[in-house]
Design a protein around this ligand. Structure first.
Ligand SMILES: NC(=O)c1ccc[n+]([C@@H]2O[C@H](COP(=O)([O-])OP(=O)(O)OC[C@H]3O[C@@H](n4cnc5c(N)ncnc54)[C@H](O)[C@@H]3O)[C@@H](O)[C@H]2O)c1
Length: 245
């Protein structure tokens, strides 16, 4: 059964103050996982207090931050079993108009920080035969006007997931991604609050509703669990069927 056997294990969840990351942290904690909730936003502290894990309030785009975050976790826990990368940002603008600093910020949060965290965690994950889940997006392989640079970071994240699955597989580390469709979170609240946009999206979702964080979290719990022991390099769409319409 998904989630079985996770009690007592250690997870790092980035973006843990956000809609999806907080649901993932809650989902793992419900299985008895000790969770380090990592986010630039201080709300991580309340969540960690609720869950009994720890909060690490840091901006992950600093070059040394991922290593520091991992060192902090390993100073209080004996090992690291799972790393879930859900921190992310979106910038909505025509690709040719994007400001240089926004382009850099997108790359640095959505791609580079994730890469550095996996790099910093690889040895500990190998010792625990642990796993990584990256939160990609439907927009990794769909061209969506207005979020082209964001989509490019997510496409790169998918390729990073597959490449690292190949390189880390022999050391026992699995690396997978989840590609959410439309999830109601602070990132999408404005957009999905517009009736016309929401109705257009809903008309393309076979399951007939938008996702919530728990829809994503349950699949992450499966991917980090022993039930997914032979799954690596997978990119699992969790989109109510949007991507097949
Ligand atoms: N909401 C959706 O519909 C949707 C769809 C597909 C993919 N995603 C992806 O899911 C992930 C979570 O998104 P969400 O919808 O929960 O958004 P959200 O805005 O609710 O959460 C994102 C979190 O990341 C944190 N964060 C941003 N930059 C950071 C930094 N430099 N250092 C540390 N933390 C930082 C934010 O503080 C926030 O808490 C993102 O990677 C997003 O791209 C979301």
């Amino acid at each position: 059964m998904a989630g079985e056997g996770l009690a007592g294990k250690t997870a790092v969840v980035t973006g843990g103050s956000g809609g999806i990351g907080s649901a993932i942290a809650r989902g793992l904690a419900a299985q008895g996982v000790w969770v380090a909730v990592v986010d630039a936003d201080e709300r991580a502290e309340n969540l960690a207090a609720d869950l009994g894990g720890c909060a690490i309030v840091e901006d992950l785009s600093g070059p040394e931050t991922p290593r520091r975050v991992l060192d902090r976790v390993l100073s209080v826990r004996p090992c690291l079993d799972m790393l879930v990368n859900a921190a992310g940002i979106q910038v909505r603008t025509a690709a040719v108009d994007i400001a240089a600093e926004d382009w850099e910020r997108l790359l640095s949060v959505n791609l580079t920080a994730t890469y550095r965290l996996i790099q910093a965690a690889a040895k500990a994950l190998a010792e625990a035969r642990g796993s990584v889940v990256n939160i990609a997006s439907l927009s990794a392989d769909r061209a969506v006007a207005g979020i082209v640079p964001y989509g490019a970071t997510k496409a790169a994240l998918v390729q990073l997931t597959k490449g690292l699955a190949v390189e880390l597989g022999p050391s026992g580390v699995r690396v997978n991604a989840v590609a959410p469709g439309y999830v109601v979170t602070p990132m999408t609240a404005n957009l999905l609050g517009r009736n016309e946009f929401r109705d257009r999206v809903l008309s393309r979702i076979p399951l007939g509703r938008l996702a919530d964080g728990a829809d994503i979290a349950d699949v992450v719990t499966f991917l980090v669990s022993n039930a997914a022991r032979y799954v690596t390099g997978a990119v699992v769409p969790v989109d109510g069927g949007y991507s097949i319409t």
